[in-house]
Design a protein around this ligand. Structure first.
Ligand code: ATP
Length: 417
C-alpha cells in the first residue's frame, strides 16, 4: 500500500517503520549503548558497522543480488553506486531490515541481523521522497519518533534533542513552519534531522538528493559530508549518480547486475577501474578496439597503427580505455607520447573547459575534455579543424575484449531485456 500525501508518496510500511526505527535506535537517552538491538551484548568489539557475508536476495524468480561480501568500517561514508536495477536498494533495505537475505548473513556492529526487524536495528533511513508528515510542522516531524519511545522521554529532553538536530541541519529558525511552507531542500533537511535526532549508528540514504535541482544538490552534498563528519556515524548512500558518489563518499562500491564490481576509494575506482564496466560507468571513457601482440607490450589498433603500452599485456583481443581528460588536443603533433590525427565534429563549451568530439579515421569518434588553461592556446578549437590527440600510453587501461560482451549482457539484465 502506498500513501499519497500533498508532499509525495510513501509506503505504509516505511511510515510505520520510521516511527519504530526511531524507537529501536533511540534508547540512547538513558543508555549510551542503546543503539544495540535488544537482547544482545552491549559492548561491541567489531570495527565494522556493516558486514555482508555471502548475501543473495531473490524476489521469487528474480535474483536481485548474488553472493555479496562487503565490510563497512565504523564511521565510513559508503556509496552504493550502479545503474538502475543493479541491486543497490535491495542491499540498503537488507541493512535497514525491510528485506531479509535469501542466503547469507547481514551483520551490524558485529551482530547477525537475520530475522531482526527494522525497528530493532540501530539504523535510520532517509527515503528518496522524504516521507514527512504533512499535517505536522517541522519540529513535530522531527520529534515524532522520540515521542513514540518507551520508556517515555521527558518533553524538555525531546525539545532539546529536536533543537539540536535542527541546528545540525541549519534549520534552527524553522521549528514552527508547516511542511508545505518549506522548499524541497529544506524538506530534505527536515527528513535528515528526523533521521539523526536519535543518533543511530548507521544512517541509510536512498537517493536523498534525487528530487533537488543541480545547484541545491551540490550544496546538500557538501552539507551531508560535513554532517557525517560531525556525527561520526556510518552513512550508506544509494545513488546512480557517479559524481555524487565520488564527491561525497570515502568508499565507493560499484555494482552491476546484482554483484559488486569494485570496492575502493573514489580515486581508486576512477584511476584504476577493475574492469570495463567500472571504467565506463564511473566517469567517461573512450574505447579503442585493439589486439595485444605476442611481445606483451604492443597494442595493434584497427587502423594498423601501434601503441607501446606502458605495462605488460596478455596477448589477445582487447579494449583499450582512455579518459577524455587524458587526451591533449593540439593543432600540431606532439613531440612525445602517442598521437592520433582527426577532425573536430562537435564542441560543447562548458565555461572553464570544453568537450570535443573528434573523428579519427579508422578508429572512430573520441571524446576529449580540455581544460582551457591547460591547452596553452587562448582560442577554442573550432568544429571542422584538423587536430592531434596526444596522450601518455601509461594512461590507457586495457581490458580483455570478452569484458565488453559481458557488459552488454549485463546491461540487458539491468534493463529487464
Ligand atoms: P534503482 O536505482 O532503479 O532503484 P536498484 O539498483 O536499487 O535500482 P533494486 O531496486 O535493488 O535495484 O532491484 C534489483 C532487482 O530486483 C531489479 O531487477 C528489480 O526489478 C528487482 N526487484 C526489486 N524489488 C523487487 C520486488 N519487491 N519484487 C520483485 N523484484 C524486485
Amino acid at each position: 500500500m502506498r500513501l499519497n500525501t500533498s508532499l509525495g508518496v510513501y509506503t505504509a510500511q516505511e511510515a510505520q517503520a520510521y516511527s519504530f526505527l526511531n524507537d529501536g535506535g533511540n534508547k540512547a537517552a538513558t543508555d549510551c549503548h542503546s543503539n544495540q538491538p535488544q537482547g544482545t551484548d552491549v559492548v561491541s568489539t567489531s570495527t565494522n558497522d556493516i558486514e555482508f557475508r555471502s548475501v543473495t536476495k531473490n524476489y521469487g524468480s528474480v535474483t536481485a543480488v548474488t553472493d555479496i561480501n562487503l565490510t563497512v568500517p565504523k564511521g565510513a561514508f559508503l556509496a552504493l553506486l550502479g545503474p538502475s536495477g543493479c541491486g543497490k536498494t535491495t542491499c540498503l533495505r537488507m541493512i535497514g531490515g525491510f528485506e531479509q537475505p535469501s542466503e547469507g548473513t547481514v551483520l551490524i556492529d558485529g551482530r547477525e541481523m537475520n530475522g531482526v526487524p527494522a525497528y530493532r536495528r540501530p539504523v535510520n533511513m532517509v527515503f528518496q521522497h522524504y516521507a514527512l508528515f504533512p499535517h505536522f510542522n517541522v519540529e513535530q516531524n522531527v520529534a515524532y519518533g522520540l515521542k513514540q519511545m518507551r520508556p517515555r522521554i521527558g518533553s524538555t529532553e525531546i525539545d532539546r534533542r529536536v533543537a539540536e538536530a535542527l541546528e545540525m541541519v541549519r534549520l534552527g529558525g524553522f521549528a514552527k513552519r508547516r511542511i508545505h511552507e518549506m522548499s524541497g531542500g529544506q524538506q530534505q533537511r527536515v527528513a535528515l534531522a528526523r533521521a539523526i535526532v536519535n543518533r543511530p549508528s548507521v544512517l541509510l540514504l536512498d537517493e536523498p538528493l534525487a528530487a533537488l535541482d543541480k545547484k541545491l544538490r551540490s550544496a546538500m552534498q557538501i552539507e551531508l559530508q560535513t554532517l557525517q563528519r560531525e556525527l561520526g556515524i556510518t552513512f550508506v548512500l544509494v545513488t546512480h549518480d557517479q559524481e555524487e558518489a565520488l564527491s561525497m563518499a570515502d568508499v565507493v562500491c560499484v555494482m552491476s547486475a546484482g554483484r559488486i564490481r569494485q570496492l575502493g576509494s573514489p580515486q581508486e575506482v576512477y584511476d584504476r577501474p577493475a574492469d570495463l564496466f567500472v571504467a565506463d560507468f564511473v566517469g567517461k571513457t573512450n574505447r579503442i578496439t585493439a589486439a595485444a601482440e605476442a611481445d606483451g607490450t604492443t597494442l595493434r589498433l584497427a587502423d594498423g597503427s601501434a601503441i607501446v603500452a606502458g605495462k605488460r599485456l596478455a596477448p589477445g583481443d582487447v579494449i583499450a580505455a582512455l579518459r577524455p581528460e587524458a587526451i591533449h588536443l593540439t593543432r600540431k603533433a606532439a613531440a612525445s607520447g602517442a598521437s592520433f590525427k582527426g577532425t573536430v565534429t562537435h564542441r560543447i563549451f562548458l565555461g572553464s573547459s570544453a568537450e570535443y568530439a573528434v573523428s579519427v579515421p579508422g578508429l572512430g569518434d573520441f571524446l576529449i575534455t580540455a581544460d582551457r588553461r591547460s591547452m596553452n592556446e587562448s582560442d577554442l578549437v573550432e568544429p571542422g579543424e584538423e587536430v592531434f590527440l596526444g596522450f601518455d600510453p601509461a594512461a590507457i587501461h586495457v581490458f580483455p575484449a570478452s569484458n565488453a560482451q559481458t557488459r552488454t549482457r549485463e546491461q540487458h539484465h539491468e534493463q529487464g531485456l
